[in-house]
Design a protein around this ligand. Structure first.
Ligand code: MOS
Length: 716
């Protein structure tokens, strides 16, 4: 629609399309605040997601979850389902194609009759329409032989064990000095415990795939955080050469870790398409996600802090108990932050896992670190209260320039600067430390602070850089853009290394047909893909500088492979740090906690794009606000299932829940990171938020709540 009236020309609204701002900033490309290249496509609805591909003859699949908590499938009666109009097939553990091994037990769907937990898929219906598939799935009757199950996590569970290692490859136990004796001898002691409930990633776009076979070649449009890994898994499962599988994930509607590993929807879509000889779309119903795509498992924390009267830590003991499934072991690394965070001579950090008949946990934004820092930073606030010391001052007194666990120096650590700058910006000075001191009618107001950290991760990647005769450049890497702006930032990295304007560079990402790349996870994507892009572009720039005359029609091309690159960080502990501040109000009539202000200051290396970085920080903080106030589900022990499976019951923050939110950063110079000098920014925003909010609620009320989320029923 085109508006021609004077009024609409003066104040353009619907139908007016402003030209996109220049993609070439005046200054350097790296660090510039440029908008996401696919942003216009997304807001106009033309960006296509995995379930929106319509290959000719495309049909739909709908999975059937187990309705028992543990046992075996005795019989699948599909007669009624197959009689319904439009139904093409019902895949069962008896009839589904046999799969090879991809080294991940959660992908072995419909391969045997075991039901390891409620919600595990036991059949898949394929039909001409989505509605027919869903109706037929409800008409599949499954007989089970049930077995007794156990879905109740307790801190003293008899089956608790200490695993060999925890998620991320960290050792389950670390001990230095004599933490028990140091705790007993400490002048001041805090012995406390916290509980973080199961939490669910619940991305805006549920997991989906559209699969199409051409002979023994598979094309899969998928929603994932890493097309290379999904392609490799499908090749292994269907026993194909890797170049026979192409996984395309051009746009991804969030993942938060749940799409970081290949998921059953991709396998089932490919199986179904092979079985019926037609392209198949499988979009998981949102209510299936908690049992199928991983979740943050509950963690039970015990923390003991010993300190001298000056507030210096003398003993730090953090022990956690969490649950894993019977399908595969996943142990949330929630005791690891205590190994890095504060200087302390005597320390023990321990992870215990209880195998239960429950869905398999997995990565959710800042795995381990988010729940671990919630507990540790809440306990630090308790210690500050016991000491009568300002909570910022307590953290400053325990700052360290060497990582206590490894005794390596930090490559850069600006925690204290984040705390100080945050205190200035937030207006911390003059705060009345007495809990419950600010009452305004029925409201109690309080403020809180917490530190944050997130480790620097890096994974090898390939990338190519291509100079074309028209003066443009293309970089190619199988990176994922899950809404973070990675294709934009990779173009910035390329333009910087090539020394050309940003609008001369295109970045192709989101397909396993591109140079093999690691996933978007562990806040490592930009560092990992970006290093390969930087190297390929640097090599290409060198060749271009020497080249005389016009380029050949095919242009010039360089490939980088960082698997053998020397690690600039050898010998250093590398982490991003941050400080979170929160102001809350607690309604003493309703028990409702509202966050009035959230402010974060981060030190995460060199920030490569101010606009997308800010969005990442704010997104993480918003997710942290959800963790603090509303997110969490209940594992119902009698059913072995989560009770809050959709967004009506599993609450996440809406705009109205986030009043005033600010993210700032300190630009760090750190030569021990990567050619861009960046640290990851995708996860640190969630890390300290929940503790800052919880500490603010304590300051408001004088009550220490030790279980998340801080819902009105707990507050009252
Ligand atoms: Mo993130 S949970 O490492 O995708």
């Amino acid at each position: 629609m085109r508006h021609t009236t004077a009024a609409s020309a003066a104040a353009p609204r619907t139908g007016h399309r402003a030209p996109p701002p220049s993609q070439s900033p005046d200054g350097p490309a790296l660090g510039a605040s440029v908008e996401r290249r696919e942003g216009h496509e997304k807001v106009r609805g033309t960006a296509r997601y995995a379930a929106e591909y319509h290959p000719h003859g495309r049909v739909y699949a709908w999975p059937v979850p187990a309705t028992v908590s543990r046992g075996r499938v005795v019989r699948v009666d599909d007669a009624e389902a197959l009689d319904l109009p439009g139904v093409l097939a019902v895949l069962t553990p008896d009839t589904a194609p046999r799969l090879g091994d991809a080294g991940d037990a959660v992908l072995r769907v419909l391969q045997d009759d075991r039901v390891p937990h409620r919600g595990w898929y036991v059949a898949l219906v394929v039909a001409e329409t989505l509605e027919a598939a869903r109706a037929a799935a409800a008409a599949v009757h499954v007989d089970y032989e049930t077995e007794p199950h156990d879905a109740a996590l307790t801190a003293d569970h008899p089956d608790a064990y200490i695993p060999e290692s925890v998620n991320g490859g960290y050792p389950a136990v670390r001990e230095r000095g004599d933490p028990d004796a140091a705790f007993e001898a400490a002048q001041v002691r805090v012995d406390t415990g916290y509980r973080v409930p199961p939490e669910h990633n619940q991305p805006m776009e549920p997991h989906a795939a559209t699969a199409e076979w051409h002979g023994d070649r598979l094309t899969l449009h998928d929603s994932d955080q890493g097309a290379s890994a999904v392609g490799a898994a499908l090749a292994a499962l269907f026993e194909l050469p890797e170049d026979h599988v192409t996984v395309v994930a051009e746009h991804v509607g969030g993942g938060f870790g749940s799409k970081g590993t290949p998921r059953p929807h991709a396998v089932l879509a490919a199986m179904a398409a092979r079985q019926v000889g037609r392209p198949v779309t499988l979009a998981l119903p949102r209510r299936h996600l908690p049992a199928i795509v991983g979740h943050r498992p509950p963690t039970l924390h015990r923390i003991r802090l010993g300190a001298d009267r000056g507030g210096r830590l003398t003993s730090l003991v953090h022990e956690i108990t969490t649950q894993t499934s019977r399908v595969k072991e996943f142990v949330e690394q929630a005791a690891t932050p205590g190994r890095t965070m504060y200087g302390c001579e005597h320390s023990r950090t321990v992870h215990r896992a209880v195998p239960l008949d429950v869905p398999t946990p997995s990565w959710m934004r800042a795995p381990g670190v988010a729940p671990g820092m919630y507990a540790l930073e809440s306990a630090m606030d308790e210690l500050a209260g016991t000491l009568g010391l300002d909570p910022i001052e307590l953290r400053v007194r325990n700052d360290t320039d060497r990582e206590p666990d490894s005794d390596r120096p930090f490559s850069s650590r600006h925690l204290v600067d984040c705390l100080r700058e945050g205190a200035d910006r937030f207006g911390w000075a003059g705060r009345d430390p007495r809990p419950g001191s600010d009452r305004r009618g029925a409201l109690l107001i309080g403020t809180g602070v917490a530190s944050a950290l997130y480790p620097v991760h890096f994974q090898p990647s390939l990338a190519t850089a291509h100079a074309l005769p028209d003066g443009s450049h293309v970089v190619r890497v199988a990176a994922a853009d899950i809404g973070t702006g990675s294709r934009t930032v990779l173009a910035q990295i390329a333009a910087d290394a090539l020394g050309v304007p940003l609008d001369r560079v295109r970045a192709e990402v989101g397909s396993s047909a591109l140079p093999t790349a690691p996933l978007a996870g562990g806040s490592s994507g930009t560092a990992s893909w970006g290093t390969a892009v930087h190297e390929a572009c640097t090599a290409l720039a060198g060749r271009l500088a020497e080249h005389r005359g016009p380029l050949p029609p095919e242009g010039l091309r360089e490939t980088a492979d960082t698997s053998d690159a020397a690690d600039r960080g050898a010998g250093y502990a590398r982490d991003a740090f941050g400080a979170h501040f929160a102001e809350v109000q607690v309604d003493t009539d309703s028990g409702e906690v509202r966050i009035r202000r959230l402010l974060g200051v981060f030190a995460a290396g060199h920030v490569l794009n101010a606009r997308t970085a800010r969005s990442q920080f704010l997104g993480g903080m918003t997710m942290g606000a959800g963790m603090a106030l509303m997110e969490g589900s209940t594992m119902e022990p009698s059913f072995g299932d989560f009770t809050e499976t959709d967004l009506a019951l599993y609450h996440v923050p809406s705009h109205a829940d986030i009043a005033d939110i600010e993210a700032h950063w300190i630009d760090e110079e750190d030569a021990h990171l990567n050619p861009m000098g960046s640290k990851g920014i995708g996860e640190i925003g969630i890390v300290g938020t929940a503790a800052a909010v919880g500490n603010a609620v304590h300051h408001a009320t004088g009550v220490r709540y030790r279980e998340l989320p801080l819902t009105p029923d707990r507050i009252l």
